[in-house]
Design a protein around this ligand. Structure first.
Ligand code: 13P
Ligand code: ZN
Length: 275
C-alpha cells in the first residue's frame, strides 16, 4: 500500500488541517506525532527506505526503541500539509537504544522532524507506559485563548484546572485528571521535554506558559477533541473576564462532586478547593 493511502496517514493529514482551520498554527507553529501500529507499518513497508543516517534525538526514550512515528517537519506549515504531505511530514524509526532516529519516508525536499521531537517522544514514552500502550497521539498547538490566560491566571495546575472546569460542564468529564502547567521555558530541548513529560504522568494536557499546549490521546479524534475542548473552555473564560472581573455564579465544588458521581469520573479533591 502507498503511504498516502494508509488510513492513519489520512487521519494525520486531516488533523493537521483541522488545527490549521481552528487558527492554532500560524506560520510553522505547532507539531503532531503519531506512534504507528506494527500492522500499519507492515502495510506500507514497501515504501519505507532509510536514505538517511541515524541522528541524535537529544534525549533517551528506551521504552520506544524500535517504534515508528509519523511526525510533522520542523519549520513546516500546517496549512501546507494537506497540499503536500510528503514535503511537510515524515515517518521515522527509533533505534534499539532509544537515543537516535532515522527518516524512512517524507521530507522529500529536505529538513528534519519537528524541533519539539524530544518533548513528543518523551511524552509518548510516559503515555505509552501510563496507558498500557493505548495512547498514540501527541499534539502541540498554539491555542490563542489558553495562551492569553497564561498572562492572567496563576501558573498552577490548580488554578488552570479549576477555571477551565468551571467554564463548561463537559470539561471535568473530558479531562477529569485536570491539566498541568509548565512555567515559561526555552522550547525545543530536553529540559522542557523532561518538565512536560513529568506532568504527562498525571495529565493528558500540559500548558506551556506564553506558548501553547500539548495533548495526548488514543487516536486523532480523541486528541483533537481534547485540544478543542480545553481551548473552547479557555475562550469562554477569556470572554467572561472581558465582561467582568468577578463571575456572578459558577459551578460549585459540591456540584462537581455530583457530576463526578453521575458521570462515573474521579475528580481529584486537590481541584475542588473552597474559594
Ligand atoms: P517546529 O516547526 O520545529 O515544529 O516548531 C514549531 C513550534 O511550535 C515550536 O514550539
Ligand atoms: Zn510551539
Amino acid at each position: 500500500m502507498k503511504v498516502l493511502d494508509a488510513k492513519f496517514v489520512q487521519g494525520f493529514i486531516r488533523m493537521c488541517n483541522d488545527g490549521w482551520e481552528q487558527g492554532w498554527h500560524e506560520r510553522n507553529g505547532g507539531n503532531l506525532s503519531y506512534r504507528i501500529k506494527a500492522e500499519e507499518i507492515e502495510e506500507i513497508k514497501d515504501e519505507l527506505t532509510a536514505t538517511d543516517d541515524w541522528r541524535e534525538i537529544g534525549t533517551e526514550v528506551p521504552e520506544l526503541s524500535g517504534e515508528y512515528f509519523m511526525v510533522t517537519g520542523s519549520g513546516k506549515y500546517f496549512r501546507n500539509v494537506i497540499l503536500d504531505p510528503e514535503d511537510s511530514c515524515s515517518i521515522i524509526e527509533i533505534d534499539e537504544s532509544g537515543s537516535r532516529y532515522r527518516i524512512l519516508w517524507g521530507l522529500v525536499n529536505g529538513g528534519r522532524p519537528t524541533s519539539e521531537l524530544p518533548s513528543h517522544l518523551m511524552n509518548h514514552e510516559v503515555k505509552k507506559i501510563a496507558s498500557g500502550g493505548a495512547h498514540r497521539v501527541i499534539y502541540h498547538a498554539h491555542t490563542t485563548n489558553v495562551i492569553a490566560l497564561t498572562f492572567v491566571l496563576p501558573l498552577t495546575d490548580e488554578a488552570f484546572t479549576r477555571e477551565l472546569w468551571e467554564m463548561a460542564t463537559e470539561c471535568p468529564v473530558v479531562f477529569p485528571a485536570g491539566v498541568g502547567v509548565v512555567g515559561w521555558m526555552v522550547p525545543g530541548g530536553r529540559d522542557i521535554a523532561v518538565a512536560t513529560s513529568e506532568l504527562m504522568k498525571k495529565y493528558d494536557v500540559a500548558i506551556w506558559a506564553h506558548h501553547g499546549m500539548f495533548c495526548s490521546g488514543e487516536d486523532f479524534d480523541l486528541t483533537f477533541g481534547l485540544m478543542h475542548t480545553v481551548e473552547k473552555s479557555a475562550e469562554i473564560l477569556v470572554k467572561t473576564l472581558s465582561m467582568t472581573s468577578e463571575k456572578r455564579q459558577t459551578i460549585q465544588p459540591d456540584e462537581f462532586r455530583a457530576l463526578a458521581k453521575d458521570f462515573k469520573v474521579e475528580l481529584p479533591e486537590q481541584f475542588l478547593y473552597e474559594k
